[in-house]
Design a protein around this ligand. Sequence first.
Ligand SMILES: NC(=O)c1ccc[n+]([C@@H]2O[C@H](COP(=O)([O-])OP(=O)(O)OC[C@H]3O[C@@H](n4cnc5c(N)ncnc54)[C@H](OP(=O)(O)O)[C@@H]3O)[C@@H](O)[C@H]2O)c1
Length: 300
Amino acid sequence: MIMNSKHVVLITGSSTGFGRLFADTLARNGHTVFATMRDPGGRNAKNASEIRMLAEKDSLPIYVLELDVTDEGSVGRAVDAAVAKAGRIDVVINNAGYYLSGLEEAVTTEQARRLMDTNFLGPVRVNRAVLPHMRRQRSGVLMHISSGAGRIVLPAVGFYCASKFALEALAEAYHYELAAQGIESVIVEPGAYETAVFGNSVTAADEARTNTYGAVKEIPAKINAALSSTTGNAQEVADAVLRIIETPAGERQLRYFVSPQDLGLNEINALSKRVQASVIEAFGLTADTKFLKGKAVGSV
Ligand SMILES: NC(=O)c1ccc[n+]([C@@H]2O[C@H](COP(=O)([O-])OP(=O)(O)OC[C@H]3O[C@@H](n4cnc5c(N)ncnc54)[C@H](OP(=O)(O)O)[C@@H]3O)[C@@H](O)[C@H]2O)c1
């Protein structure tokens, strides 16, 4: 059993990008990390062994586990293995996800279903698996890696935005429902950062439909060029995640926008916080959702 760790953290999608950086940053700061990924013995064997070798070389408390967020059995096995080893899970970081680019009409329903299965239903499965443990502990943090695209909409990004808007709605509802049990649900909204995300993106499959759009069909390429020319250093997001995790229980905010550019997200979040507070009040729910006031939006 792991006794001296500050927090026990389970991260999804740790093979590359943010997830891998979060694992490294948190472990170097004394947290025990379950760096989960799909297929660590196959397609991610190289990533898994690099993480294991680094952990051994630098004596970091990082443990690689298999977890595919689209497979409920795999989620359950990883959560059980983490709890068996560490005795608890203090923080889960719902990070696994991918980007889908293309005009909405050209996205097939199968492509849309798969995207939602990972970006939205993935966190649903993970949260349902960890919550019984957190409830028993009467503490815990559900962290959701959303995106600026969880609050604003661009053409040719509609399905990715829809998956992140859906994730934000779920995470916000959890925030209100779980506060009374000492469990905090938080949302991190990164802007564009240098990771493997754009290389791993999926393109709308129905080219025949795309070709009917004239000049508008160039929008996905324009957006991709703009996104890749404005990316920030992903370590900024890892540092923000570390600060959020190290914030004392009960003091964490609902939303954190972390971005190299100010896209007006803080304005939307501040307005949303005010509107949500009055909606919650109008429904007579302020006492039930006790963490709402003053905690719905923040920066790190
Ligand atoms: N980079 C940005 O600019 C940016 C901005 C806002 C939000 N985000 C969000 O940040 C999160 C991490 O993305 P990233 O930028 O770090 O890109 P990335 O390097 O492509 O990482 C995505 C991770 O998700 C994993 N994943 C995909 N499907 C999975 C599944 N079914 N089960 C488990 N893991 C799965 C990938 O694993 P495999 O190696 O197995 O494919 C990979 O480890 C995503 O949710 C993304 O939407 C990124």
